[in-house]
Ligand binder design. Structure first.
Ligand SMILES: Nc1nc2c(ncn2[C@@H]2O[C@H](COP(=O)(O)OP(=O)(O)OP(=O)(O)O)[C@@H](O)[C@H]2O)c(=O)[nH]1
Ligand SMILES: [Mg+2]
Length: 254
């Protein structure tokens, strides 16, 4: 069963009505029917940020938002919370770290929970992303905790996947177990202010080279492994550059 989104709601969203956008997202999230949102062929880029709990995903998103705002670009952030006991605190953490942007009209921040959606998390996220595209933000970011299959699936609906890692967390092996080495377009070893970051970078580069054969990339793109310390705004410009490079590589392929 599916249902088309109300054209009146869509029109309001297109005109920049953020309240209606927020309401419509809730509707999609809670609906026990699939809600169809018309595709918008637009160049708006959707970036996914994933990785194990605590590696610094929200800090990275916060840095990116700051960077984009400095360029006067608008941005929508979706924090996908898999509603598991592990991530119970993640939602709150995300909220806290992004509070500095709450009063900024050009920043739209929204948490999503999986509860109740029949089609699964990736399906509702995809519909919500389609809807957000109608709201004409310059950039869209989706953060998920990369610990389970459903979160990995969510990354299937974004344009560019940034996998965040941190030194001393079991590194490459952990990442491989979580399926993260197959989905990343860009790897960011965050917390480079900590010991072992360089080694983690080397380990990840090796692991990527090994898993290159099973990657299902349809075009030639070697995922770069970046070092950064997002808490200190270090490495953001590098990250932005690679996001842009990946977009260009994708577009060339189309
Ligand atoms: N030393 C250091 N700590 C950092 C850095 N970036 C983030 N942190 C810290 O790491 C902790 C987790 O950061 P978050 O950004 O919440 O990480 P997350 O991956 O979003 O966490 P979850 O959403 O809970 O999975 C916080 O205490 C941050 O202050 C960094 O570059 N260096
Ligand atoms: Mg977070």
């Amino acid at each position: 069963m599916s249902q088309k989104i109300d054209p009146e709601i869509l029109r309001e969203v297109q005109q920049g009505n953020r309240q209606i956008l927020a309401k419509a997202i809730t509707q999609i999230e809670n609906s026990n029917q699939k809600i169809e949102v018309p595709d918008l062929t637009s160049s708006i880029q959707v970036l996914g940020v994933t990785g194990a709990p605590g590696v610094g995903k929200s800090t990275t998103v916060n840095c990116l938002v700051k960077y984009l705002r400095q360029k006067n670009l608008s941005v929508a952030v979706l924090a996908v919370d898999p509603s598991s006991p592990i991530s119970g605190g993640a939602l709150l953490g995300d909220r806290i770290r992004l509070t500095e942007h709450f009063t900024d009209a050009k920043v739209f921040i929204r948490s999503l929970a999986t509860r109740g959606h029949l089609g699964g998390l990736s399906e509702s996220t995809e519909a919500i992303l389609k809807l957000i595209k109608h709201a004409a933000f310059d950039f869209i970011i989706v953060e998920t905790v990369g610990v389970g299959q459903s979160e990995v699936e969510v990354m299937g609906v974004v344009d560019t996947v940034c996998v965040v890692l941190a030194p001393g967390m079991g590194d490459g092996i952990q990442a491989a177990k979580a399926g993260l080495l197959e989905i990343g377009d860009i790897y960011l070893v965050n917390k480079s202010d900590r010991e072992g970051a360089e080694q983690t970078k080397v380990d990840i580069e090796k692991s990527i080279a090994m898993s290159a054969l099973i990657r299902n990339n349809s075009f030639s793109w070697t995922p770069p492994v970046l070092l950064g310390s997002m808490q200190q705004d270090l490495g953001v410009t590098d990250l932005i550059l690679q996001i842009e490079n990946h977009r260009k590589a994708r577009n060339l392929e189309k």
